[in-house]
Design a binder for this molecule. Structure first.
Ligand code: FNR
Length: 455
């Protein structure tokens, strides 16, 4: 087999480190805009990819890997980052890793194997830092990939207490043909407050012949110049930044940091343009705001549940709404419109129950729109029934592929929202919304205004 030599070179690079939930498409594009040379995804577990389906999304101009069961985005990427995005995989199995790598190699610039994660979830599954104590397994994963995959393969490790032992492991890993190795200068047991072992990284860099990417310096990195100092202290040509970038991604700017407000606005623009999920967007902004979440504005932000609500705080609600309506009219389904049978034909049988004579509306239950319990659609209906001495509605829930819809039966008629919700409670409230709307307890205009119904 001819192996295509790759373009991505790891010398002299400043890299956005892999970060769970933080390293999604908007943050990666922002980091590139600010000057990062390479951007890593969050760690993605191999079997999540294997349960996904690749779709080209013409409306957003992205390639999406969608979870087959609920349509959620496992990995979204686009042309702008194609030659600079590295997917980090969580894996403990060479064959599974290879299957995933084959699936994605045409869409990415590199693949990194996580060998440093100290979290119980990873360790129990034999992934992350567990691989540091299983060098044969680690090598088998890496060499299977380097032999069969055309994009460069790297790994990211933590160090051992003992420098020599670390160096010896690194030499073993390098023997598999990896293109570079990222080293976080802390042991599996050490936490971010412990000093980073820059000396160990330096020693490794001096003794191996592939690029070493220094990591773990965020505690001392407050401005661009500190990145260069850290790189020098570790004797490396490349460096990878996590926490400082999570807090303010403009750390990659040679010209200096931007104020947080501008960074959030720029981040939100990408979140809107690439239809990032509200929960992920909120999480990333929370990590930027940090203690600012305690301010009145921060508290208001914490109550937001839709992207539009978040955007309103930074005066971008109009832009968000227009874009979302445009996406909708071009056929992008909102998360709630993903149906269980979209990707798996076996789920068709569910339709029979829903084909009954049902009064249906497309309205989502958005929890934040009902701050007090008496405002909830179900509570309003209970109050109505009490006032007019009516029997309460009954709710029946249908659950398929981790998605839920409910049917409310009231005075012999059936009501349901055509949106699928993530849990039974929300599904019942969705059905109650339709009933409350039919009874005139909640107005359709209000539902449009609060984002429950996209016109
Ligand atoms: C991380 N880190 C991490 N590492 C990794 O290899 N894969 C991952 O998915 C994650 N996820 C993650 C999430 C968050 C929120 C943080 C803060 C960190 C570790 C990270 O990449 C890095 O190794 C350490 O944070 C040390 O580098 P800094 O923060 O000192 O630059």
């Amino acid at each position: 087999m001819t192996k295509i030599t790759n373009k991505l070179n790891y010398d002299n690079k400043i890299i956005l480190a892999p970060m769970v939930r933080v390293g999604t498409l908007p943050m990666r594009l922002l980091a590139l805009d600010y000057g990062a040379d390479i951007v890593c995804t969050e760690e993605l577990i191999d079997w999540k990819f294997l349960k996904s389906i690749r779709r080209e999304n013409d409306v957003l101009g992205t390639v999406d890997y969608l979870d087959k069961s609920d349509g959620s985005v496992v990995f979204r990427t686009c042309q702008k980052e194609k030659d600079r995005v590295v997917v980090q995989l969580g894996t403990c199995d060479p064959e599974r890793a290879l299957k995933v790598a084959k699936m994605i190699e045409g869409d990415v610039a590199g693949i990194d194997i996580n060998m440093g994660c100290p979290k119980e979830f990873s360790l129990k599954g034999g992934m992350g830092a567990a691989l540091l104590r299983q060098p044969e397994k680690a090598k088998s994963i890496l060499s299977t990939l380097t032999k069969n995959i055309k994009v460069p393969i790297t790994c990211k490790i933590r160090v051992f207490e003992d420098e020599e032992e670390t160096l010896s492991l690194v030499k073993e890993l390098v023997s598999t043909g990896i293109a570079a190795i990222a080293i976080h200068g802390r042991t599996k047991a050490e936490r971010p407050q412990h000093p980073n072992r820059n000396g160990t990284i330096r020693k490794i860099a001096e003794n191996i012949c592939i690029p070493v990417i220094a990591n773990g310096g965020s505690r001392e990195i407050e401005k661009y110049g500190d990145i260069i100092k850290f790189r020098k202290a570790c004797g490396c040509s490349s460096v990878m930044i996590a926490r400082t970038a999570e807090g303010n991604c403009s750390i990659f700017r040679k010209q200096g940091l931007l104020d947080l407000e501008s960074v959030i606005v720029n981040y939100l623009k990408y979140a809107i343009d690439y239809d990032n999920s509200p929960s992920n967007t909120k999480y990333c902004i929370q990590n930027m705001l940090k203690e600012l979440q305690e301010t009145p504005r921060g508290k208001k932000f914490l109550e937001c549940q839709t992207l539009e609500q978040i955007c309103a705080i930074w005066d971008m609600a109009e832009y968000c709404r227009k874009k979302q309506l445009k996406f909708h009219s071009q056929g992008i389904l909102s998360r709630r419109e993903v149906t269980p049978d979209m990707f798996s034909p076996k789920a068709k049988k569910i339709k029979t129950e829903l084909d009954e004579d049902i009064i249906e509306m497309k309205c989502a239950f958005i929890r934040v729109n009902y701050p007090e319990d008496p405002d909830l659609p179900k509570s309003k209906i209970i109050a109505y029934c009490g006032k007019y001495k009516q029997d309460l509605p009954t709710y029946k829930t249908i659950n398929q592929d981790k998605l839920f819809r409910a049917i409310a039966t009231f005075q012999g008629k059936k009501y349901s929202s055509s949106y699928w919700e993530k849990n039974k409670r929300f599904a019942e409230q969705g059905a109650a919304l339709v009933l409350a709307c039919s009874l005139g307890l909640i107005s359709k205009d209000d539902l449009i205004k609060d984002g429950s119904i996209l016109e």
